[in-house]
Write a protein that binds this ligand. Sequence first.
Ligand code: ATP
Length: 421
Amino acid sequence: MSYIYVGIDDTDSPDGMCTTYLCALVIQRLKDKGFTIEGYPRLIRLNPFARFKTRGNGGVSFKFPKEQFKDHDLNEAKKIILDAVEELAMFDCDNTNPGVVFYDGEITEEMEAFAYKALHSIITIEEAEEFAEHIGAEIHKFKKGRGIIGSIASMSCKLTDYTYELLAYRLKENRGTKRHIDYDSVVRMDKLTDTFENIDGDYLAIEPNTPCPVLYGIRANDPESLKKAQKIVINGEEVERYCIYLTNQHTDMHLEDAKDIASMKQYSSYIVEGFVKDKPHTIEGGHLFFTLGDESGSIECAAYEPTKDFRKIVARLRPKDKVKLYGGIGKENTFNIEKFQVLKLNNIAYRNPKCPECGKTLTSAGHNKGFKCKHCGYILRDSSKVPYEISRQLKEGKFYETPVSARRHLAKPLVRMDLSD
Ligand code: ATP
């Protein structure tokens, strides 16, 4: 079957709108006019370090089976989409630069490579424009039109792993007001359905804390679980519409295997192995840091304040522990940890020897001068400390992750990982 693909991105601002809402509305308008959309629309999260993102750097797309345009007017469909962007995008915001892309053809390997690049590095508007011309895609730029980057990436992204998200949208008059989702109903929904990332203690993860049109978003591995979950949640207000998206959220698709520390670049995300080089330490504001090293170099790693109790786990690391870190390098050039696996623990600590005469612990007699006993005056010329084994509060092989409240859309939660080995 041949398709015409549609990508939309960059229509929202921190003050309102959401590109997923615009897309859901567009799909409804298209269906009302007799157009057919195949499958679920896509919500593809791109590089979390892209500079101009509003929140989660998501681009949306959907596809029309092409045969319908024998007796339906494609231009009418395009007009419905472009008019909706004109009508709803938050044009007043400097950082809102919508882009709409129409593409008639097969998704090629070079398009998949473009999407891969949009997940792992930074793409310019010019580059996206040239690429669109190269593949013969039709682009519509509003203002700077930066959204064409996410639009092309969304339709092109190869989904080797995927999840689904059901989004419920608020009536216009309720947007910007406090949401009243019933907490207990979400706890019930969490227990009764195969969904994830719903709650984190008192924090309702399904509820955004922005004035956008989204009332809630529920995530699962399959659409059926979402439909079941939707029936359990008590909304506290009327829902204008629902839309289920096929998405790359919670797949770790933004992570590349790093060859070594020196080869990692800023604004990219990696899985990297190395040794802890210093004792983790906290700075003002509650951010926790330590240095990770390998033969190629070293990098400062961070568990920032919003990761809450995750910091306490990271703080248990000791120098010479071998770990595998998952995360990315942001603006400050530090590696922002999303989760980690303990590969090998350094369980050996060293202490001063005991006095062979009186049994008290010896103290240093100065650098390389051995030890002396303050109690009985015994002198030991050997400066070697005595190794001993310590117990650790971390387990070799085990993964530790940030709490739901601080987790990236793209980060694969441990509940989705195959940890059977
Ligand atoms: P929301 O999650 O609420 O939809 P958002 O965080 O997705 O908002 P956008 O308003 O879509 O933010 O803005 C992100 C912008 O960054 C878009 O214009 C998109 O085309 C662009 N973009 C996406 N990936 C990259 C990348 N790898 N390099 C440069 N720009 C990118």
